[in-house]
Design a protein around this ligand. Structure first.
Ligand code: DP6
Length: 405
């Protein structure tokens, strides 16, 4: 049987100006523009293979090895349906094209990071789905246009369609035609920027972003002010900071915007608290670290959960890894090679949790004092990355017959 297939990987992105709030929940149109940094797929990515064939009997989906009901998710149905409609219009223009829009599809998707890490995977997941569909259907649309299709899967996913520094322009139109992602700067523009993700242990299940932001829109008075005046000014200032590679400005806006996002969550009724005691400790430590250094050396940001993402220039990363691994000792049940993988050869295994080389940073570490082992589960060190990558057939997650390998 004839099988057509495409395989891609897509990156995770972490916003520095947060998307929080929808003006149209079914089309996923936001109340404000947002801006994010795409992280390297070498460390965090979703790989997706999509195959289609006249012989497939139904649309099927496997996520991280488990078959799921594809029709149960309105968002999946919407994004696949939109991509099929785009293909159908090409087929209508060119009768030579195989009628792929009519065929059933098999989707197989895997993250290269454990889902248990609590890192948002919907952004990389939907970006991978839409990139793979674009590839499979040979869609002529630009990446920005395809980002609209990723957007209807999950808002933040539209930003994972590009590498580097990416804005999601909220747009004005009611149909969402102008609500899409745009690259503000390529990864190569600021390759010195790195990220350290502190995966924070969290027993409680958080309120989902989708539900949380809707309650915020309906109940928070602070939120209205954020959308009206704060975010538009910050978008401009952030784009300028990125263009000028002004880390101090980038860091300040990033921290302020994370803090305001969590403030509007607390101003939501009933209130939503995503950060926990460890998260709050990390914010204090970063401000103390910057004070010790005498310049803005690092910035934190938090999404809808307790994990901290720390942005800093590469030159700070050795100190930061040493500091945080000292302060937050590895739990015995986490293997050392999982706790910190030393991807850039900056901090050797013998230093992790033991050595704080810089005397001023060591003094800070001793003043703050160690936390309970396991409060941070692992440290993921990564950097700014590129957009979705197309892989060849050998990397496919589906076999010749269209079933998971
Ligand atoms: C806090 O994109 O997950 O990470 O559009 O409902 O799928 P839906 O929400 P989602 O929200 C992400 C919120 C955030 C901030 C951000 O990424 O900008």
């Amino acid at each position: 049987m004839a099988i057509y297939s495409a395989t891609v990987t897509s990156p995770v992105n972490i916003a520095v100006i947060k998307y929080w709030g929808k003006r149209n929940p079914s089309l996923i149109l936001p109340t404000n523009s947002s801006l994010s940094v795409t992280l390297s797929q070498d460390h965090l990515s979703t790989r997706t293979t999509i195959a289609c064939s006249a012989d497939f009997e139904s649309d099927r989906l496997w996520l991280n090895g488990v078959e799921e009901d594809i029709s149960a998710s309105k968002r999946l149905v919407n994004s696949i349906g939109t991509a099929r409609a785009l293909r159908a219009s090409e087929e209508a223009k060119n009768p030579e094209l195989a009628p792929l829009s009519q065929y059933k599809i098999h989707v197989c998707s895997e993250n290269n990071f454990p889902t248990a890490a609590g890192l948002a995977s919907s952004a990389s997941g939907y970006a991978a789905l839409v990139s793979a569909l674009g590839q499979l259907f040979e869609l002529p649309q630009s990446t920005a246009e395809l980002s609209r299709v990723a957007r209807v899967g999950s808002g933040s996913a539209c930003r994972s369609m590009f590498g580097g520094f990416v804005a999601w322009r909220m747009g004005e139109k009611e149909d969402g035609e102008d609500s899409m992602a745009e690259q503000v700067a390529e990864r190569a523009h600021w390759p010195d920027l790195q990220a350290l993700i502190l995966v924070v242990s969290d027993k409680k299940k958080a309120v989902s972003s989708t539900a949380g932001m809707q309650t915020t829109v309906e109940t928070s008075a602070l939120f209205a002010e954020r959308v009206r005046s704060v975010v538009p000014a910050r978008m401009q200032a952030m784009e300028k900071a990125i263009k000028e590679r002004d880390f101090a400005e980038f860091a300040k806006i990033t921290m302020q915007d994370s803090n305001q996002f969590h403030a509007v969550c607390l101003d939501t009724y009933p209130p939503i608290a995503y950060m926990n005691d460890t998260s709050h400790a990390v914010t204090r430590i970063i401000h103390a670290y910057n004070a010790v250094k005498g310049y803005t050396a690092a910035a934190y940001t938090f999404d809808a959960g307790p994990n901290a993402v720390i942005y800093a220039p590469k030159s700070e990363m050795r100190d930061l890894v040493q500091l945080f691994s000292y302060l937050f000792p590895r739990d015995e049940d986490v293997l050392p090679e999982v706790f910190y993988t030393n991807p850039f050869g900056l901090v050797g295994a013998e230093e992790v949790g033991q050595t704080v080389s810089d005397p001023a940073v060591r003094k800070l570490a001793e003043t703050v004092g160690k936390f309970q082992a396991g409060a941070v589960r692992r440290l993921i060190h990564t950097e700014v990355g590129d957009g979705p990558r197309v892989l060849d057939q050998a990397e496919s997650l589906l076999s010749q017959s269209g079933m998971p390998k």
